[in-house]
Design a protein around this ligand. Sequence first.
Ligand SMILES: [Zn+2]
Length: 230
Amino acid sequence: MAQTKGGKRVAARGKRQKDSGRRMFLIPAALAALVAVLLGVKFLLARTGREEAGGPTPPSWVTQELLPVNPWSRPGTKLEQVDGVVVHYVGNPGTSAEQNRSFFAGLADQTAPAEGEVDTNTYASSHFLIGLDGEIIQCVPLDEWAYCSNRRNEDTISIECCHPDEEGQFTEATYQSLLKLVHWLQEEYHLSGDQIIRHYDVTGKECPRYYVTHPDAWAQFKEDLANEAD
Ligand SMILES: [Zn+2]
């Protein structure tokens, strides 16, 4: 056994000499590999839009799938202050959060009207979409405008919720995710319960429908939200 050990020591010494020669080549190679990896990561981040995301970082239960910057769904306008959260319904029964996100993303393919021509393009997006299973997708960074809440685009965060039918009531999973997300935003921006509003409270539009036609359901949501804070 001792011999074997000695043999190993010799072999190791020989290896060390070889290694020092190889190191001259390995260090630049390793650096080049590192640079390649970093560039790859940067490329992937840029593709997902994550790199451009500003504002507070959402919790891990939020999936970030930022829209490309474009005039119709992500104008890139800076959101200077946040004075509230506006809750919406998507108005398209049975659609998923991902489908609604694709709709917003597809708006980027519109064509700008020629000078003097009427602009018939659709402008729409929301910061967050909550799906029927409670999944949450972020479409717009929190330090940028979304096109969702009319005159309140300039100082609010918007959340659109999916719903199974025309009536517009949220599923239990959607409702629970909405509570969790609004609660997080309240903490992040120090917002009171009164600063959590419906699209209806901005324009009188029947949105989110069920929580406009059933004011008691909206009151219950506010109550549940207050309990979430405890
Ligand atoms: Zn709305």
